[in-house]
Each structure stands twice: as structure tokens, then as C-alpha cells.
Write a protein that binds this ligand. Structure first.
Ligand code: GTP
Ligand code: MG
Length: 197
């Protein structure tokens, strides 16, 4: 796989004009979006990672195999940002998720250790209302045991079933242990296949 950084854009109007299918990663600040992109591409330095939340501040396009984009987005819900900055990010994310025509699928990342959080459930509901296709990716699986992982996923499924008839695709990942990436890439290739069909 070849993955190349193309550009960072402050608005969707400034995103690459050449439209290819886009797979974007969203979730709370610090959940591991940039780390996951680096794992998927096998390039630890592709997208900037930080232990401090609020690292990614723009819409970042990475071209994969000259055929589709991985898109890294700023996180939502970082409490220590100024209100205006938080609102600017929220606006950027909302705009990208609902208006970017090339967006094919949004991966919503959640920390597997946490019980379902209102901020993520609200975001997922907004995606549903706007008909944005998404999948769910649990991150940081290395931090808990396999049985705790299963319990976390089951708990999330139960919560989603309260509002959703059909559940999204669900992946469990660890950027630290490099796990779950192949399943995500296979899913992207599968969706790409349906676009060409
Ligand atoms: P923002 O750009 O600030 O929104 O954050 P982000 O979601 O891109 O998170 P980032 O990839 O920068 O990772 C945040 C922190 O979590 C870093 O310290 C990473 O090393 C750590 N991290 C990310 N993924 C994993 C994982 O799977 N396991 C563990 N143990 N740590 C992880
Ligand atoms: Mg980031």
C-alpha cells in the first residue's frame, strides 16, 4: 500500500477538488484517530499523534494507492479548548460529515474502556438523521483483557439497539499492538468494490 499526505484543509471548500472515495476518522479528542490511520498505512509518522488532546486541527487528506483517501479529522469534545475553538472544530466536523460529497464512510472511534458516552451517541444520532454511512471502531483494546473487550462491545451494542434497528459494522482495534487493521482495510476494499460495481 502507498499512502501519501496530500493536504490539510481548514474548510471542506479547500479539500482536494479531485474527488475520490473518502474514509474519514472521527471521535473524541485523543481517542486514537491519527494513531489508527498510521497503523492502517504502516507509517507511524504519517499523521501527527500526541498524548495531549487537540493535536489534529485540520482536515487531513492521505491518498492511498492513488485510488481513495483516508481522512484524519480534529476530535470533538476536548474540554480544555476555548469555547470558540471547540465550536470551530465542531462546525468543521459537522460540515465535513454532512456536506462532503466524496465522503464514503465515516469511522466513529470510541475508547473501548468507557461506557457509551453521550457525546458519541449524540454524534452517531446526528449521522443517522443526516443519512451519513458510518462504522464503529473501538480503540485502545490493548488496555483491557479480551473478556473486558467483549463486554464493552456488547454493552455498546445493547445501547445502540435502543435507537437503531440495524447495527453498524463494529471493529476492535489497538494501534499499540497493531490489531484490527486488516479487518478495517478489508471492509474499506469491500465498500470500494461496491462503488465500482
Ligand atoms: P486528536 O488529534 O487530539 O483529536 O487525537 P487523536 O484521536 O488523533 O489521538 P492520537 O492518535 O493522537 O492518540 C492519542 C494518544 O492515545 C497518544 O498518546 C497515542 O499514543 C495513544 N493511543 C492511540 N491509540 C492507542 C492504542 O490503540 N493503544 C494505546 N495504548 N494507546 C493509544
Ligand atoms: Mg489526531
Amino acid at each position: 500500500m502507498t499512502a501519501t499526505f496530500i493536504k490539510s484543509s481548514p474548510t471542506i471548500e479547500q479539500c482536494p477538488a479531485h474527488q475520490l472515495p473518502e474514509y474519514a476518522f472521527i471521535g473524541r479528542s485523543n481517542v486514537g484517530k491519527s494513531s489508527l490511520i498510521n497503523m492502517l498505512t504502516g507509517n507511524a509518522k504519517l499523521s501527527k499523534v500526541s498524548s495531549k488532546p487537540g493535536k489534529t486541527k485540520l482536515i487531513n487528506h492521505f491518498l492511498v494507492d492513488n485510488a481513495w483517501y483516508l481522512v484524519d479529522l480534529p476530535g470533538y469534545g476536548f474540554a480544555k479548548q476555548s469555547k470558540s475553538e471547540r465550536e470551530r472544530f465542531a462546525q468543521m466536523i459537522h460540515h465535513y460529515a454532512t456536506k462532503r460529497e466524496a465522503l464514503t464512510l465515516l469511522f466513529v472511534l470510541v475508547d473501548i474502556r468507557l461506557e457509551p458516552q453521550k457525546i458519541d451517541l449524540d454524534f452517531i444520532e446526528m449521522l443517522g438523521e443526516n443519512g451519513v454511512p458510518f462504522a464503529l471502531v473501538f480503540t485502545k483494546a490493548d488496555k483491557i483483557s479480551r473478556s473486558a473487550q467483549r463486554a464493552g462491545v456488547d454493552r455498546y451494542r445493547r445501547t445502540l439497539r435502543e435507537t437503531w434497528e440495524e447495527l453498524p459494522e463494529i471493529f476492535v482495534s489497538s494501534a499499540e499492538k497493531r490489531e484490527g487493521g486488516e479487518e478495517i482495510l478489508a471492509y474499506i476494499q469491500q465498500v470500494n468494490g461496491t462503488l465500482r460495481a
